[in-house]
Design a protein around this ligand. Structure first.
Ligand code: DC
Length: 234
């Protein structure tokens, strides 16, 4: 688990994967980013892949019932993640265009959640996600990182928090970006997205049997990081 052990290896090292799954707005992204920085490991924001895919589908005006068209787009998705120089921020480029901002809208999340329930799409995007498992290690955040994409990972965390708390965090995030939000509307969106992500047939949102479940409703980020770091020592 020490960085130098694997520095020269580019092959997949399942021993060095930390998966962080959970529902929308639970803070997975922040915890994953901090852990990746702490460990000096690579970072996979799998939700960004589904969101970019949703943008590509929308841009082409493809009907989401047309599975073969969706499969083709997923297989040929021209997507690149670039870390900004002198910053830990990662920008997402779709067909050469920086889509980092558009990616984060509620509307894109909503479409991503709908398309992500389709089996052929998940299969087509699977290897792309697994390819992120490069030396020295990977922190992967999403819905099915611990159950499907990196089922053999030795470190698995599942974050939860009440829907009310997650909606509150989302509202704060929007306000910080200078965007207006209505609490009741955000809460309804959070609940609807949970329902869809948990009840789908393909890779539903659920904790892996061997995941550490952390309820973050009453916890600060620092406390969550401390628990995840503790898990990695065992
Ligand atoms: O984590 P996020 O909100 O950026 O993800 C957007 C949607 O993408 C989410 O509602 C469901 C889907 N998703 C998924 O099905 N599997 C993943 N591993 C990550 C995201």
């Amino acid at each position: 688990m020490v960085k130098s052990e694997y520095q020269n290896s580019k092959e997949l090292r399942v021993n060095n994967v930390l998966t962080i799954d959970g529902p929308s707005g639970v803070g997975k992204g922040t915890v994953a980013r901090v852990m990746a920085q702490k460990l000096d490991w690579n970072l996979l924001d799998s939700g960004a892949i589904y969101r970019a895919f949703a943008l590509a589908v929308e841009a082409r005006g493809v009907n989401i019932a047309d599975e073969s068209a969706l499969q083709k787009i997923a297989q040929t998705l021209d997507l690149e993640f670039k870390t900004e120089q002198d910053s830990e921020l990662v920008s997402v480029f779709l067909e050469g265009r920086n889509v980092s901002k558009t990616l984060r809208t509620e509307q894109t999340g909503e479409i991503a959640s709908k398309i992500a329930s389709i089996g052929v799409v998940r299969t087509a995007l699977l290897k792309r996600q697994q390819d992120f498992a490069q030396a020295p290690g990977l922190v992967a955040d999403g819905r099915d990182m611990g159950t499907v994409v990196f089922a053999d990972a030795p470190f698995k965390v599942f974050l939860t928090a009440s829907a009310q708390e997650r909606a509150k965090r989302r509202l704060k995030q929007l306000q910080a970006q200078g965007t207006m939000g209505i609490m009741s509307q955000i809460l309804a969106e959070v609940v609807a997205r949970d329902e869809r992500d948990c009840s789908r047939k393909n890779s539903p949102l659920k904790p892996a049997n061997d995941a550490l479940i952390i309820d973050t409703t009453e916890l600060s980020i620092d406390k969550v990081i401390a628990q995840v770091s503790e898990l990695m020592k065992t």
